[in-house]
Design a protein around this ligand. Structure first.
Ligand code: ADP
Ligand code: MG
Length: 683
């Protein structure tokens, strides 16, 4: 019965699960306090004293036994609703008792309901020194008599039954001993029943390290094995196309970060295994040129490549941008999207299949079965999080030997998160913006300053600039939010009558064609204002736009705000981001707005986002199963994540197959655990 309840309520199926049901804190029962020390902030307390009265009062459900205890400094009420007969016999006036429990206040005086009691003999209780665990439990379990203390008893009994050999060590000695962590057996004992805080902390550290270390070993094994066993295309040389473009066509000098990433890609693609690389670069860090140079590297080695963008607008922008960068170079480039006409499409498909097209740029349309390459060597996915894993996998299957894969994302991922969620991928960061960018000024204004904000937009438009006004249509299907947007649009129109002003509007409910027309008008500066939902969040590049107004900014998450702001500050002009909100803000919303006003560094913002929201909510990691650590936190235990990674790398560098005897215990453990965790992979 209780077993069933444990399964249902706490997911405890096995003895091992029970051992992993960790206490969330411990109570120090070694300390005896005075009754007059009790304050409204006191939670649990242990006192020693004499019973001065005891009586049963009330009737039926209100029936209870109330006793009074004094220790000379004050009196404390002890109350029992259950087991009254037993208590009546044992708790009598004159009795010396040691009492422990949770303090509550009734009519201003402190009391403990159902305290733990025992006869108090000062000499005897001196040696009694341990911290008592407090376990998470549920109301349902409590009613059935399985409160935190009962769970503690189960764990205690279990631990008494188990011996060192039942909980074999899983971390090799050469890793474990220099770190001075306790053994696995000792750690499990101490985390439940520590003799003091120091012992508890080191048990906790050991088990946190174990979680992170095992996860890192698994990730590195995945990566190593991909490198060792998946055959990949080799890009032998840097050839004419790359060099000519680099020396004669590149309109600027690459940033250090761009160079570093290109070098990593160059090395990866020459090694003979399939590259599977995640490229993180903040908005505006210049990922497109890295993509183009990588594609030229593929072409130099006789391979085709493709670049896939999440929207038609972005695919078109990439195509125009890349075509104009390549000018007259002998590189055949084509654009394929959902709206490519049939005759045109057939022509493109033939050329791609014959290998006459070198660079194919497009949307999801690239994934369709009719798209057959002659020899696809490199597949690039821009703005990663809009594509599902299954969709990406379709791309790689377009070639017998899987093409190299470069996934580019503009949503910075905090370092520790990337290490744990994407640790099996090759991974590059571009943490540098091209020179000459003017910092975007971000300010927070309340709704009642809207007319000043609109005046400010007018002044910018007068200078020839353009502006975005974003509404929080977070659920594109929500009717209410849609009405808000329409109201907002009417409101904007009232400030900016057509003519002389012109306004574009784009939202998710609009037919694709209309969206594109409206977007295109803004791109060409036929309209000065873009009223939109977050559909324009990703990638859109209109360098002439200098103002980003975000309505109801409190409703957006940090990474979304950062993405939206990234739409301005793309040209040489000074740009502004104005966050509008109501006056009533939650603490979290206020914090988000504060962070946005304080920094434009996407990595700082991503770290804060992780702190505020926790890893469970970060885009793309929800199902990964890799962040479900019971004890370790990738926010609070950053140094431990680093340590685990370093140790795992060191270990596998020496012994990639875990074949030496010292690593056998780890190997056995991993084999046992196999299949228990879901691993997310980009490919
Ligand atoms: P993102 O990483 O957001 O995709 P883009 O590739 O669109 O960024 O680049 C943003 C802008 O910066 C583009 O106008 C591009 O031409 C410019 N750019 C990229 N690299 C450099 C560089 N090294 N120096 C100067 N400008 C650059
Ligand atoms: Mg981009």
């Amino acid at each position: 019965m209780k077993g069933d309840l444990l399964k249902k309520e706490l997911d405890i199926f096995t003895f091992y699960d029970l051992l992993q049901h960790f206490p969330y804190r411990h109570i120090d029962k070694t300390e005896i306090r005075k009754i007059n020390e009790i304050t409204p902030a006191t939670e649990y307390i242990q006192v020693a004293g004499k019973i001065i009265s005891s009586e049963v009062i009330g009737e039926r459900r209100g029936k209870r036994l109330v006793a009074e205890l004094t220790d000379g400094t004050g009196t404390l009420e002890l109350v029992w609703f259950q087991g009254i007969n037993w208590v009546e016999k044992n708790i009598r006036p004159g009795e010396q008792l040691l009492v422990f429990g949770k303090i509550s206040f009734f009519m201003g005086s402190p009391q403990i309901t159902h305290p733990e009691t025992e006869i108090y003999t000062p000499e005897k209780s001196d040696g009694k020194k341990f911290l008592e665990p407090v376990y998470p439990t549920t109301e349902k379990l409590k009613v059935r008599g399985l409160n935190g203390r009962q769970i503690g008893k189960l764990v205690f009994t279990l631990l008494e039954m188990l011996q060192e050999k039942d909980m074999p060590e899983n971390i090799p000695d050469h890793i474990l001993s220099p770190l001075q962590f306790p053994s696995r057996y000792k750690a499990y004992n101490d985390i439940h029943f520590p003799s003091d805080n120091i012992v508890y902390e080191s048990a906790l550290d050991r088990l946190k390290f174990e979680e992170l270390f095992i996860a890192q070993v698994r990730l590195h094994l995945l990566k190593l094995n991909r490198h060792r066993y998946t055959k990949g295309i080799v890009f032998k040389e840097v050839g004419n196309l790359f060099n000519t473009f680099y020396h004669d066509y590149l309109p600027f000098r690459l940033t250090g970060a761009q160079k570093k990433v290109l070098k990593e890609i160059r090395q990866d693609t020459a090694r003979g295994y399939q590259m599977n690389r995640l490229l993180q670069g903040d908005v505006g860090s210049g990922k497109t040129i890295v993509a183009l140079l990588s594609m030229l590297l593929a072409a130099d080695n006789g391979f085709q490549s493709c670049l896939m963008a999440p929207t038609e607008i972005l695919a078109q922008q990439h195509f125009q941008n890349i075509s104009s960068l390549l000018k007259d170079m002998p590189v055949a480039t084509a654009l394929l999207t959902g709206s490519t006409r049939k005759a045109e499409r057939n022509k493109i498909l033939t050329k791609v299949a014959e290998g006459k097209t070198h660079l194919l740029i497009g949307t999801h349309a690239l994934l369709e079965d009719q798209v057959q390459f002659h020899n696809l060597g490199l597949a690039i996915v821009d703005e990663q999080h809009r594509f599902g894993v299954a969709q990406r996998a379709k791309l790689w299957s377009k070639n017998e030997v899987p093409p190299h894969v470069l996934v580019m994302t503009a949503t910075p991922i905090p370092r520790t998160l990337a290490m744990t969620a994407y640790g099996d991928l090759d991974y590059s960061v571009m943490d540098e913006l091209p020179p000459g960018r003017q910092a975007i000024t971000t300010v927070h204004r309340y709704d009642d300053a809207r007319s000043q904000v609109m005046d400010f937009i007018k002044a910018e438009i007068k200078k020839g600039r353009q502006a975005y006004i974003i509404f929080p249509l977070i659920e594109e299907s929500s009717k209410l939010a849609y009405e808000d947007l329409m109201k907002g649009y009417e409101n904007v129109k009232a400030y900016f009558p057509e003519p002389p002003y012109w306004i574009s509007m784009v939202h998710g409910r609009m037919p694709t064609e209309q969206k594109e027309v409206n977007m295109q008008r803004f791109v060409q500066n036929d309209t000065q204002i873009m009223v939109s939902t977050t559909v324009i969040e990703v990638g859109v590049n209109v360098p002439n736009a200098s103002v980003m107004v975000i309505e109801s900014a409190e409703k957006f998450g940090l990474s979304q705000l950062h993405q939206l702001r990234g739409r301005v500050g793309r040209g040489a002009d000074k740009s502004y981001c104005i966050l509008l909100s109501g006056k009533k803000l939650t603490a979290d919303a206020r914090e988000r707005i504060k962070i946005m006003c304080a920094t434009t560094d996407g990595f700082v913002i991503a770290e804060k986002d992780l702190e505020l929201r926790g890893p469970g909510d970060i885009e793309g990691t929800r199902q990964s199963g890799m962040l479900n650590f019971k004890l370790a936190s990738i926010v609070k235990d950053k140094h431990m994540v680093d340590l685990a990674k370093e140790k795992a790398e060191f270990l596998l560098k020496e012994d990639a197959d875990l074949s030496t005897s010292v690593n056998l215990k780890l190997k056995n453990f991993l084999m046992q655990q196999k299949g228990q965790t879901l691993w997310s992979k980009i490919s």
